[in-house]
Design a protein around this ligand. Structure first.
Ligand code: HEC
Length: 271
């Protein structure tokens, strides 16, 4: 009995599959999904080169320091970096007293809680503290930026493109999709997945920060520097990982040569 039914059940599934494929293909051709503004106007990140790109890439510490400065002076009022401790900044080339000073002068203080009195208060940051979370009263929820370059496709280039991508909504878009007008309180940016986001353009003009190393602070420069810094926060050990990778490859290569020579030696009299 089972032998008889087996092929019939198989045939049933094969026919069902073919039928649903045919039906889907027919629908896709006769009634294609309606075009959307996101589909037509969303842009992929611009091509941006970072020093840390590629298998030989290494962080440019000077750039990371500039990016940190942009984060500190512009982004930190809204965005936290809860996975980065002040002492981690030593990796950017800051000395111990500099790290101490950065922590102490940080605008958002560390919240404290005294379990004896139940009192909540705050104190200055110290190097072992993580960059504190910030309260944001405006519209939308600024995400923590520690891992943002890992959470978005082509993260570094995406952040740089987003920061420089604010513009007026194209007339063409409104003509084609009158319902897709940017709602009040949101801003049009073609690099954001649904084209409208609640972050006002944070980098509004050249010279918004004054770089200590004399680099000219154009909007593009600041955007790339802060993006490079956020690549570092998401993977601070990137340099080390690449170096270790090369060392491991070298070791494997040497071990392969040794294994080959050993094999030749062991089987020498058999050939
Ligand atoms: C005035 C507050 C404010 C400032 C200053 C600000 N942001 Fe934002 N940011 C926001 C808000 C609000 C969102 C959430 C946007 C949304 O989801 O609509 C956001 C979202 C983001 C996102 C996530 C976008 C996504 O794909 O989800 C990134 C990246 C970002 N901000 C980077 C920055 C950087 C870098 C700076 C500093 C140069 C900065 N922001 C300064 C408020 C701010």
């Amino acid at each position: 009995m089972v032998r008889l039914f087996g092929p019939l059940v198989g045939l049933f599934f094969a026919v069902a599959l073919l039928w649903s494929f045919g039906n889907g293909a027919f629908m896709a051709i006769t009634e294609p999904a309606p075009a959307t503004a996101e589909h037509e106007f969303h842009l992929h990140p611009k091509k941006v080169h970072f020093a840390s790109d590629g298998v030989f890439g290494k962080f440019d510490k000077q750039q990371l320091q500039r990016g940190f400065q942009v984060y500190k002076e512009v982004c930190a009022t809204c965005h936290s970096l809860k996975h980065v401790a002040f002492r981690d900044l030593a990796a950017l080339g800051y000395s111990e007293p500099e790290v101490k000073a950065i922590a102490k002068q940080w605008g958002t203080k560390q919240p404290t809680f005294d379990p004896k009195s139940g009192e909540r208060s705050e104190r200055d940051n110290i190097p072992s503290d993580f960059i504190p979370q910030v309260y944001y009263a405006g519209q939308g929820s600024p995400p923590d930026l520690s891992l943002i370059t890992k959470a978005r496709h082509d993260g570094g280039a995406y952040v740089a493109s987003l920061l420089t991508g604010y513009q007026d909504q194209p007339a063409e878009l409104l003509k084609k999709f009158p319902d897709a007008k940017t709602p009040d309180g949101l801003y049009y940016n073609p690099y954001f997945a649904n084209l409208n986001l609640s972050m006002p353009a944070p980098l509004s003009g050249d010279g918004q920060v004054t770089y200590a190393d004399g680099t000219k602070a154009t909007v593009d420069q600041m955007a790339q520097d802060v993006a490079a810094f956020l690549i570092w926060t998401a993977e601070p050990k990137l340099d080390k990982r690449k170096q270790t990778g090369w060392a491991v490859l070298g070791f494997l290569l040497a071990a392969t040569v040794l294994a080959y020579l050993a094999k030749k030696n062991v089987w020498a009299d058999q050939h």
